[in-house]
Write a protein that binds this ligand. Structure first.
Ligand SMILES: [Ca+2]
Length: 452
């Protein structure tokens, strides 16, 4: 079976209409949900881009890979902070046997279209098993989503560009052209197996969308809407339209009968501001991108496997990015590839979504700073969730069954459970060789700097 892997960027758990948004319009993804299994407790392996992408392609947790933040941040960690962030690898090592390598070795045509963000030129998709790379570079976002998709408008004046696209003209919108490229891959490989990464930069900043669509959402906005950014809503609507073009092509060519389709996001929704306007929120979940609260980690996930999944099924089992590698390997009967894996195959769960997975804990490690967090690890065990801050040792304990918004800290009430989870989390960090932040001896607090 072919694979179409649709990875959205920075799309939040509640952003899609089929995940509860009353403002956003995502008819194509909603329709896809009705033909697929929809997961309500799916997690990204990390709260930021690169580590989740690395985990997806290798089946290993970011902590085990030593890739816990994105390339640029790993090169230039923030200066005056109480802790020095852990060292993070900027490039996905070529020694890793990526999913694409597995498919390529099995005779598939392998194509990557869109954002890559897993290293410098020697580590681009071509070096990790992809026959074709359209758009994949070092950078985590385009300077602009409009023609010519290059320049230095945002991101510190650095020049960026998107390679591999045909000639564009004024007004052209990047996701439209990337989708054209993905459609071409499908057309050319209609009778041969393909593994297609469709990893659009949408809906990462810069928040830019066609003006007419932005106006539509500006007029639609009402006081009761939880999501409130017309430009973001427009960007998402256009992204949904483009995903729909791909799904339509599969349907009209009959390829939907032998193509696995996975749709998910690389981290939670971005809750900071872009040009003075909050981008999105992940309500009812707490916080967003960068944080190990649920809003930073929980993502939409829908999977359709012909002959396996039941249309419109819902699965509440907690699953995570690292599960895709063993799942696809099992579904396609691929050779083993990597032997050290942090995920499990979801193949059984896909046909029987109500069955429970063998009990396991999901662990996360972000030993870095971000506007939403200080260095932190976390563990989800059953419905319990513990966060351990690596700068102060502070613990927070939540019961996600009763309190999905993580608003009531139970550490004082349930100290034994908190201790037990802290031990499990520490054991996991040791087992995967997680790197820790260290005390920054050069840190100067504001009081010291300004004097009495
Ligand atoms: Ca991202």
């Amino acid at each position: 079976m072919n694979v179409l892997f649709v990875l959205a960027d920075d799309l939040g758990w509640s952003d899609l209409a089929c995940y509860g948004s009353s403002y956003h319009e995502t008819p194509n993804l909603d329709e896809f949900a009705r033909t697929a299994v929809r997961f309500t407790n799916a997690y990204a392996s990390a709260p930021v881009c690169s580590p989740t992408r690395a985990a997806l392609l290798t089946g290993k947790s970011p902590a085990r890979l030593g890739m816990t933040t994105w390339h640029e941040a790993s090169m230039d960690p923030p200066g005056n902070k109480p802790m020095r962030p852990a060292r993070s690898e900027g490039n996905l090592p070529l020694s890793e046997i990526s999913l694409a390598k597995l498919y390529w070795q099995a005779g598939y045509y392998t194509a990557h279209v869109g954002k890559w963000h897993l290293g410098t030129a020697g580590y681009y998709p071509e070096a990790h098993g992809f026959d074709l790379n359209v758009g994949g570079t070092f950078w985590g976002a385009p300077q602009t989503y409009f023609h010519p998709f290059s320049g230095d408008r945002h991101y510190g004046g650095e020049f960026r560009y998107v390679p591999g696209l045909p000639h564009s003209k004024p007004g052209d919108y990047l996701p439209d052209l990337l989708t054209d490229a993905a459609l071409e891959v499908i057309n050319r490989n209609a009778s041969a197996p393909f593994f297609l990464n469709y990893w659009c930069h949408s809906v990462h900043t810069p928040i830019e969308a066609p003006a007419g669509l932005v106006e539509h959402f500006r007029r639609k906005l009402e006081p009761g809407h939880t999501h409130r950014n017309p430009a973001y809503a427009a960007m998402l609507a256009r992204y949904d339209y483009n995903v729909g073009r791909l799904l339509d092509r599969l349907r009209t060519t009959g390829l939907d009968r032998n193509t696995i389709v996975i749709f998910t996001s690389d981290n939670g929704g971005y809750t900071e501001k872009f040009e003075g306007v909050p981008v999105t929120n992940n309500l009812p979940l707490r916080s967003g991108k960068g944080s190990l609260y649920e809003g930073g980690l929980r993502v939409p996930l829908m999977i359709r496997v012909p002959g396996v999944t039941q249309a419109g099924a819902v699965c509440t089992a907690p699953v995570i990015t690292t599960d895709f590698y063993p799942t696809l390997r099992a579904l396609n009967g691929l050779p083993a590839g990597t032997t050290t894996l942090d995920g499990v195959s979801l193949a059984g769960l896909l046909s029987q979504p109500q069955t429970a997975l063998a009990e396991r804990d999901l662990c996360f490690h972000f030993p870095h700073y971000y506007p939403t967090t200080t260095p932190v690890s976390s563990i989800r065990s059953g419905s319990w969730k513990l966060l351990e801050y690596l700068d102060t040792g502070r613990l927070e304990l939540f019961d996600l069954r009763e309190d999905p918004g993580e608003s009531v800290d139970l550490v004082t009430k349930l100290p034994d459970r908190a201790r037990l989870l802290r031990t499990k989390l520490a054991d996991w960090r040791n087992q995967v060789g997680a790197r820790l932040p260290t005390v920054n001896p050069d840190f100067k607090s504001k009081i010291e700097r300004t004097g009495p």
